[in-house]
Design a protein around this ligand. Structure first.
Ligand SMILES: Cc1cc2nc3c(=O)[nH]c(=O)nc-3n(C[C@H](O)[C@H](O)[C@H](O)COP(=O)(O)OP(=O)(O)OC[C@H]3O[C@@H](n4cnc5c(N)ncnc54)[C@H](O)[C@@H]3O)c2cc1C
Length: 234
């Protein structure tokens, strides 16, 4: 049985036209892309293109003030898109509860799942007995899946209709893949809940990966997020 681990790949990220911004306002910033756009949006509210206050003259200082004031709507202008692999259908069920994300998910009706990989819950990654048990269940599920697809297509069902019926036996740990987009305010909201000790272990691990990627492109937007998950007790 193939067990896979999660991977998140930053596919898309909002860019910012600093030349146009400077031409229109005379304002410049030490940041680029989504972080510069958030600052521009905030300054546009008050037309505050000058920087008399040293504390908010830099992008990190300006956004720190925005976060303190919970003026988070300015973070909605920039978005980040990821291609995610090696996560389970359980994780997808939880993530899809966040209503401000856009998802494009591998179709279990069109894609042959007879060799679908599985995702171990983090708690049993190194647990020999549990791993073996889940491996057996996955093998059995695949075998029934294959039998159902064969029988149903022989009876005349189109392949996608046979697969949509046969997927009923696939376990929650079946791997899925998807493209997911959220704006920066949306990601902050998701990560506040899922980069948290009370969250399910797999989605918490996923949240840690997303946060690490977002910190690469937007460290100032996530400057108030902890290195370890939020919270003190599950
Ligand atoms: C630790 C944990 C355990 C959970 N356990 C369960 C569980 O057992 N069962 C279960 O069903 N879910 C569970 N959830 C999911 C949870 O209930 C939410 O569905 C999920 O966290 C998404 O949050 P949300 O609905 O606040 O926000 P989102 O859908 O991400 O929306 C963000 C914000 O937009 C606003 N908003 C969005 N839609 C509306 C609306 N229609 N009306 C008004 N305001 C809106 C709200 O302010 C909301 O907080 C759990 C989540 C966590 C983190």
């Amino acid at each position: 049985m193939t067990f896979v681990t999660p991977a998140v790949h930053l596919l898309g990220w909002t860019t910012f036209n600093a030349t146009v911004a400077e031409k229109l306002t005379g304002w410049t910033t030490d940041a680029v892309d989504g972080q510069a756009l958030a600052e521009f949006a905030g300054r546009a509210c008050y037309q505050s293109w000058r920087k008399p206050n040293p504390a908010t003259a830099s992008n990190v200082g300006y956004l720190a003030n925005i976060l303190r004031q919970q003026h988070e709507s300015v973070l909605e202008h920039g978005s980040a898109t990821f291609y995610v692999t090696g996560v389970s259908r359980s994780l997808l069920a939880e993530l899809s509860r966040h209503r401000h994300i856009s998802l494009s998910v591998l179709s279990q009706r069109y894609v042959d799942e007879s060799k679908a990989a599985m995702v171990l819950p983090p708690a049993v990654t190194d647990h020999f007995t549990a791993k073996a048990g889940l491996g057996n269940i996955a093998a059995d599920a695949r075998s029934v899946y294959n039998a159902m697809v064969t029988v149903l297509t022989e009876e005349g069902l189109e392949r996608k209709h046979a697969r949509e019926a046969a997927r009923a036996v696939l376990p929650n740990m079946t791997e899925t893949r998807f493209v997911v987009t959220a704006n920066l305010r949306g990601w902050r909201d998701i990560l506040r809940r899922r980069w948290h000790v009370a969250a399910d272990a797999e989605i918490r691990r996923f949240a840690g990966l997303i946060l690490a990627e977002l910190r690469q492109v937007a460290p100032n937007v996530f400057q108030d997020f902890p290195a370890e998950p939020f919270g003190t007790g599950a």
